[in-house]
Design a protein around this ligand. Structure first.
Ligand code: NFE
Ligand code: MG
Length: 577
């Protein structure tokens, strides 16, 4: 089966899967067919300008590349930012997390679980009762609970269906047997999907309060932040808190209940022991090795010394009895299966190269298999940790935090599993990946309320410092630095080498590169690829299960591929059958 392009994602992704006579996926290839680039144009620039350009790698995880780039330069210059700057950056990033995760769940992923057409058959009164039930499981009040509200949504859908104008809902695999929600549950999903369109707009405003705008905030500079006016303006702080309060009402009253509902209805998949490579977890579990660089500094002892909201660490091969420390020297990128020239061995990002060498995707003689594992088949490089493929993202953050015994994460994850009455292994699945993102969203919404109060209190106490002064001529002679932290989709690193005040080399290794990357040099399977293997497809004409599992990673291919070669413009021309 070839799914090209996978839609409801950012960028262009092609998945090729081989299914056996029982409709089970036995092999898979993840291939990015798009290229674009930033890293090369940063060479020779003033390192203080990198953030504004690096940010254009993506407008979805908006501001993340900006911040990571600036942190890499701060690491190179040995600068520690003031407390206000740390808190403002946490709030800008935190606002991004809740916004990005909500949009992902409803607008990019929910329709893999929710059958829109089935919602036309729901009984609105029973739907209201069902909404109360799942909100109760989550321990909250339902966001929408009136029968009339559900009826109004249903009337709209019925009208669309009758007129054959499904619009945004036009291209689903409605009626596929692997849709498992009841008509009432589907109606809840559709009602929340529509409401989430409004809610996400308000969430985006939070980021703009301290970031100046959204997407692409611009109040962060090397040494701190520029929004000194906003941190001492009670109206701005109050507006942020009001928007956050409203966001949290939706997260707790709709998003979480919907994830409990989907998790319960799809629990069978999540615990299918046949489904993964190593027999742990369920459908979509995949390579079962997880990495987090950690993020959201909780004190002011310095970027790589501070305690973090999400701890850094590695959990390998499904063994949740121990976590390992991340050693940045062990991170490399390999191009054996990517359309780049390499030096032979995988390269460390400080010395990484980005030289395109497109060899195309060719149709093979057998007529269906376009890809062979010994060939180049993607614009995405293959990042490795100590020679291993790892998964990154909310699931990795929750698993690493849980295994390390982080108090806050253990509480949120434990609470979720207890309320859902599910074992921890349920997390190692497509549904688990989606649940981990929701757990993280709740945690983030709660802690941001503490951070904004901390910021207001600090400013009120008279500390208005937002920037650490430095002597550029002295610190930028011959140095290098890295910004290793997290983006909504997972571990994100920017590496910069500086010589005589200019960027000598620049590399970014982004979350979707880790997850969507092709095989490693010795055939090590990628996270998307591994997650597909073992998955059962109900109807080979409809790749519902493939897109469901791939969507659970929240792919962003714009982030993952970035090449610029001003001399090689013809490389933009590619052909896919
Ligand atoms: Ni384009 Fe990004 C995030 C980063 S993705 S969205 O989150 O960094 O791989
Ligand atoms: Mg890169």
């Amino acid at each position: 089966m070839i799914v090209d392009p996978i839609t409801r994602i950012e960028g262009h992704l092609r998945i090729e899967a081989v299914i056996d006579e029982n409709n089970k996926i036995v092999d898979a290839w993840s291939s990015s067919t798009m290229f674009r680039g930033i890293e090369t144009i940063l060479k020779g620039r003033d390192p203080r300008d990198c953030g504004l350009m690096a940010m254009r790698i993506c407008g979805v995880c908006t501001g993340t590349h900006y911040q990571r780039s600036i942190e890499a330069v701060e690491d190179a210059f040995d600068i520690t930012i003031p407390k206000n700057a740390r808190l403002v950056r946490n709030l800008i990033q935190g606002a991004l997390y809740v916004h990005d995760h909500l949009v992902h769940f409803y607008h990019l992923h929910a329709l893999d679980f929710v059958d829109v057409v089935s919602a036309t058959k729901a009984d609105p009164a029973a739907t209201a009762a069902e909404a109360v039930k799942w909100a109760g499981v989550a321990g909250h009040k339902p966001y929408i609970s009136a029968e009339a509200d559900f009826k109004a949504v249903q009337d709209r859908i019925v009208k669309f269906v009758k007129e054959g104008r499904l619009g945004i809902f036009g291209n689903g695999y409605w009626g596929n047997p692997h849709y498992k929600l009841t008509p009432e549950q589907n109606l809840i999903g559709v009602a929340h999907y529509l409401k989430a369109l409004d809610v996400q707009r308000e969430m985006a405003k939070m980021q703009a309060i301290f970031g100046g705008k959204n997407p692409h905030p611009q109040s962060i500079v090397v040494g701190g932040v520029t929004c000194v006016q906003d941190i001492q303006n009670p109206a701005r702080i109050a507006l942020f808190k009001q928007l956050l309060k409203e966001s949290n009402e939706f997260i707790k009253g709709a998003y979480l209940p919907d994830v409990y509902m989907a998790g319960t209805m799809y629990a069978e998949e999540a615990t299918d022991k046949d489904a993964t490579l190593k027999g742990v977890g369920g459908t979509g579990g995949g390579i079962l090795s997880y990495m987090s660089y950690g993020d959201f500094r909780l004190d002011d002892t310095g970027f790589y010394n501070s305690e973090m909201l999400f701890p850094s660490g590695l959990v390998l091969d499904g063994d949740i009895s121990k976590a390992f420390d991340v050693d940045p020297n062990k991170i490399t990128e390999d191009v054996t299966h990517s359309w780049y020239e390499g030096t032979g061995a995988p390269e460390h990002p400080y010395d990484g190269t980005t030289i395109p060498k497109y060899t195309g995707l060719e149709k093979k003689e057998d007529g269906y298999s376009y890809l062979k594992t010994d060939e180049k088949y993607s614009w995405i490089k293959s990042p490795l940790y100590d020679g291993k493929k790892v998964e990154v993202g909310p699931l990795a953050r929750m698993v690493v935090g849980y295994v390390k015994g982080d108090k806050r994460i253990t509480k949120y994850v434990g609470n979720f599993l207890k309320r859902a009455n599910l074992p921890v292994t349920v997390l190692f699945s497509t549904v688990g990946r989606t649940a981990a993102r929701a757990i993280e969203t709740e945690l983030m919404g709660d802690i941001m309320m503490e951070w904004v109060d901390e910021l207001a209190k600090n400013a009120a106490s008279g500390d208005l410092s937002t920037w650490t002064e430095f002597d550029f001529d002295k610190v930028s002679v011959d140095t290098k630095g890295m910004g290793l932290a997290e983006a909504p989709r997972g571990a994100l690193g920017h590496w910069v080498k500086v010589k005589n005040g200019k960027v000598e080399n620049y590399q970014a290794v982004v979350p979707s590169t880790w997850n969507a990357g092709p095989r490693g040099p010795n055939g090590e399977i990628g996270a998307y690829e591994g997650a597909l293997i073992g998955t059962k497809v109900a109807n080979p004409e409809e790749p519902l299960e493939i897109i469901r599992t791939i969507h659970s990673f929240d792919p962003c291919i714009a982030c993952a591929v970035h090449v610029v070669d001003t001399k090689g413009k013809e490389l933009a021309v590619y052909k896919v059958d």
